[in-house]
Design a binder for this molecule. Structure first.
Ligand code: ADP
Ligand code: MG
Length: 276
């Protein structure tokens, strides 16, 4: 991860995508009935982009992220990462989950360094990278604490620092703030925006919170549910930093919500959080 050197690109049409999801379908054979979690899902993500996927609960978002991470495989279609078929997990794609899975016997710093050690990073580099990532998430002063001594927000910060430390080419975030209280969630959204402005990491971020998507993304992919399909893509060309309650962010959030209104199964209201 290098600060502020990657160029941002104006158009997306002519460039080769970093991630290309092409016609992905995933069915689960249940005991009583089969579920089509994803049906013919296609989209691209370009280097340096922050893309949010928004859809109702049970709409196949985690399934999609697991497929991109290489933890699950589609029944039809394929996923290309930097032009190569995704065949399994790799250090170029790191998943950040809703609940931080930290190692309880390691302190904050050791948790951040853990992934680097697994990758046989040079000792001097481990120290420098851990230092920089702890600073990015504002945990420099909490390095010696253990997970049980941390709040939920701090545990998510450690998880984000640990993911950033290994410098993946793409961060995959699956509703990382969904379990946090509103104040902590908004604070972490601001911090993630600040981190992204400094690192320009490529991020694929799943949420069902429309305001979160509006404040964070360059582009929002709206999904239908049952089965999960791409309904539309909404570009978000607003300057950063963005304020959560600003009129433009509110406008985009309302647009996303309007697109979601009719995406649920016939006759059912979609299970979507309101933007307020
Ligand atoms: P989301 O993350 O959008 O809430 P999921 O990807 O978790 O949605 O799930 C999509 C659908 O696939 C749901 O109906 C869910 O019950 C089903 N599903 C997900 N994982 C499995 C599994 N391992 N076995 C059977 N059904 C599953
Ligand atoms: Mg999910």
């Amino acid at each position: 991860m290098t600060a502020d050197i990657r160029p941002r690109h104006a158009g997306t049409e002519a460039r080769k995508p970093l991630l290309a999801v092409q016609g992905v379908t995933r069915r689960y054979e249940g005991n009583r009935q089969a579920v089509t979690a994803l049906e013919d899902v296609s989209f691209n993500v370009f280097e340096g982009e922050f893309v949010c996927i928004v859809g109702a609960s049970g709409g196949g978002k985690s399934t999609l992220l697991n497929i991109v991470a290489g933890l699950d495989a589609p029944d039809a279609g394929h996923t290309l990462f930097d032009g190569e078929h995704v065949k399994g997990p790799g250090p170029d794609r790191v998943l950040v989950f809703q609940e931080a899975a930290l190692l309880p016997w390691l302190n904050v710093r050791e948790n951040v360094e853990f992934g680097l050690k697994l990758r046989h990073t040079l000792l001097a580099d481990i120290a420098a990278k851990a230092e920089r990532c702890l600073e990015l998430v504002h945990l420099q002063d909490y390095q010696k604490l253990h997970p049980h001594e941390l709040s939920g927000g701090m545990r998510q910060r450690v998880q984000i620092a640990r993911a950033l430390a290994v410098e993946p080419r793409m961060l995959l975030m699956d509703e990382p703030f969904a379990a946090l209280d509103v104040q902590t969630r908004e604070r972490l959204q601001d911090e993630l925006q600040e981190i992204w402005m400094r690192t320009r990491s490529t991020v694929l971020f799943v949420t069902h919170n429309v305001r979160e998507a509006a404040v964070l993304s360059d582009r929002v992919i709206v999904m239908t549910s049952s089965p999960g399909r791409v309904k539309c893509e909404i570009p978000v060309p607003l300057p950063r930093p963005r304020q959560m309650d600003s009129p433009p962010v509110t406008g985009v959030a309302m647009w996303i919500r309007a697109e979601l209104q009719h995406t649920g199964p016939a006759g059912k209201e979609p299970a979507i959080a309101s933007p307020s």
